[in-house]
Design a protein around this ligand. Structure first.
Ligand SMILES: *[C@@H]1O[C@H](CO)[C@@H](O)[C@H](O)[C@H]1NC(C)=O
Ligand SMILES: *[C@@H]1O[C@H](CO)[C@@H](O)[C@H](O)[C@H]1NC(C)=O
Ligand SMILES: *[C@@H]1O[C@H](CO)[C@@H](O)[C@H](O)[C@H]1NC(C)=O
Ligand SMILES: *[C@@H]1O[C@H](CO)[C@@H](O)[C@H](O)[C@H]1NC(C)=O
Length: 461
């Protein structure tokens, strides 16, 4: 009996040791100004990336990674999930074209879909029931081809939880708990795979910067929280978020599924109305994250100490074609030209105090005052005309001041009219979720663009 226990524990030790703590990078490519795949891979090698995650299975990129020792995570796009779930032949074909075709590329993870359970439109919800069956079919195809060293997962965002705080209260949303999460956990447990999470302490902190300490979000070590439910002591927000998922899994009867971080990071810049997005915080977050995730022996989390958590940082580059608030285009470790925004050692060997000093953070306290939305420098005239038409077509009032003879009609220029229209539109519809972006044609400003009689509507923060 004792011998068996010893044997089991050494087997367990081997299987735990098999996953290394090397740091991964998300290679997002939503930019029209990025280095080529060849150059990008040279850059990632020089950065000592241990793993690279793609949002697809791009053939050129997978070929270029062949012969490198970088572990790859590739993705089945959301649009292919329904087909693959309903046909083993489709799964076989996907595996043949996207895995078997690259025998010398270290594909180690196949991720089925991206944040599938976050989408709320009726149409997208039809995928939910297909997610786990598609994962099973991919797994079966890999097994049929005698491939044992690839794990199947699906990256989910924190909105799969209906309760996150304190971590011991972690619970999955009731609309997915029995229907999707239970079968998903069964699959992950049975295949000894990982629960992949997109987890950003930036979001809860920036939504509530007066109540959550920035030091706690950046692994500063000067603040501790005790979870009253479990008695566990938390030294950082990331651990709390991870353990809220650990506890949610435990409630469904799966206490031992390993966590992996499919995405985490901190933005280097953002809009005026976005707090704490700056180089100082981004560098501090990512450097401390790497030290934590590469620590030997592994740290794990308070609820699951001692475990390696495979981690992919988001993202390699600034991506100028992403839509949404300003931060969306500023998660990069590198500028779009491939230059580092700040020094970062992905091996985790460099101590955090040994880096060069960073530019001081300017926006760690929420901005208070008026903000306007104006045309961004370099905006293209044709694109601006259609954005102007769009902004003015939402109702009859937004652009009333631009009519001939009205106070903002002159100077008659697309740039001037667009700036007015953007400010007016944003001031009116921000509370309903409108952003000051217009496909990158607009930006927020704290300098009042009004001239003479023409007063631009503003947003007061
Ligand atoms: C999870 O997997 C472990 C070991 O692989 C097994 O012992 C356990 O019964 C599984 N749990 C469930 C709820 O299926
Ligand atoms: C912050 O905490 C205070 C009291 O601790 C509470 O009244 C307030 O609602 C909290 N703010 C937010 C945004 O949750
Ligand atoms: C926070 O908790 C850790 C781990 O329990 C402990 O080592 C550290 O001294 C505590 N820090 C503070 C500021 O209380
Ligand atoms: C902007 O204009 C260019 C050329 O004029 C066009 O190719 C591009 O699709 C436009 N972009 C948007 C977002 O409308």
């Amino acid at each position: 009996m004792a011998l068996l226990a010893l044997l089991l524990s050494s087997l367990l030790a081997v299987s735990l040791a098999e996953i290394s703590s090397k740091i991964g990078i998300n290679y997002g490519r939503q930019g029209d100004n990025l280095p080529s795949p060849y150059q990008s891979i040279e850059i990632m090698k020089s950065m000592n990336a241990g793993r690279v995650k793609l949002y697809d299975s791009d053939p050129e990129i997978l070929k270029l990674f062949s012969g490198t020792n970088i572990d790859m995570a590739i993705m089945v796009p959301n649009k292919d999930i329904v087909l693959i779930s309903s046909s083993q032949t489709a799964a076989e074909q996907w595996v043949r074209n996207n895995v078997l075709a690259y025998p010398n590329t270290n594909i180690r993870f196949v991720l089925v879909g991206n944040e599938v359970l976050s989408y709320v439109s009726k149409q997208d919800q039809t995928i939910w029931g297909h997610l786990v069956p598609a994962m099973r079919r991919i797994k079966n195809s890999l097994s049929a081809n005698d491939i044992k060293n690839i794990k199947i997962g699906t990256p989910l965002a924190m909105d799969i939880l209906q309760s996150t705080f304190p971590p011991s209260d972690g619970t999955f949303r009731s609309d997915i708990s029995d229907t999707v999460m239970a079968p998903l956990l069964k699959f992950l447990n049975g295949s000894k795979s990982f629960f992949f999470l997109d987890v950003y302490p930036y979001f809860p902190w920036s939504a509530n910067p007066m109540n959550i300490s920035l030091d706690f979000a950046l692994f500063g070590g000067n603040v501790n929280h005790t979870d009253p439910g479990s008695g566990l002591v938390y030294t950082n927000l990331l651990d709390e978020m991870l353990d809220s998922v650990t506890f949610a899994m435990e409630k469904l009867g799966y206490p031992n599924i390993r966590l992996a971080i499919a995405e985490t990071g901190w933005p280097t810049a953002g809009d005026v109305d976005q707090v704490g997005a700056n180089i100082y915080n981004a560098a501090t977050y990512n450097r401390n994250l790497i030290r934590k995730m590469t620590a030997k022996p592994p740290l794990g989390t308070p609820a699951r100490p001692g475990l390696v958590i495979p981690t992919f940082i988001f993202s390699l580059y600034e991506e100028n074609q992403k839509t949404g608030p300003g931060t969306e285009r500023h998660w990069g470790l590198l500028h779009s030209n491939g230059r580092a925004i700040y020094d970062i050692d992905l091996t985790g060997k460099r101590l955090v105090p040994d880096y060069k000093p960073l530019p001081p953070a300017q926006n760690n306290v929420p901005y208070k005052g008026k903000v306007w939305c104006e045309v961004a420098p370099g905006a293209n005239l044709m694109n601006l005309s259609s954005a102007l038409t769009y902004a003015c077509s939402q109702d009859t009032q937004t652009c009333a001041a631009l009519s001939p003879g009205k106070e903002c009609y002159e100077p008659i220029s697309v740039f001037w009219h667009s700036s007015y229209a953007f400010s007016s539109y944003w001031a009116k519809f921000r509370s309903q979720g409108a952003t000051c972006n217009f496909n990158g044609l607009a930006r927020q400003t704290t300098v009042n663009p009004s001239r003479g009689r023409c007063k631009f509507p503003s947003v007061t923060l």
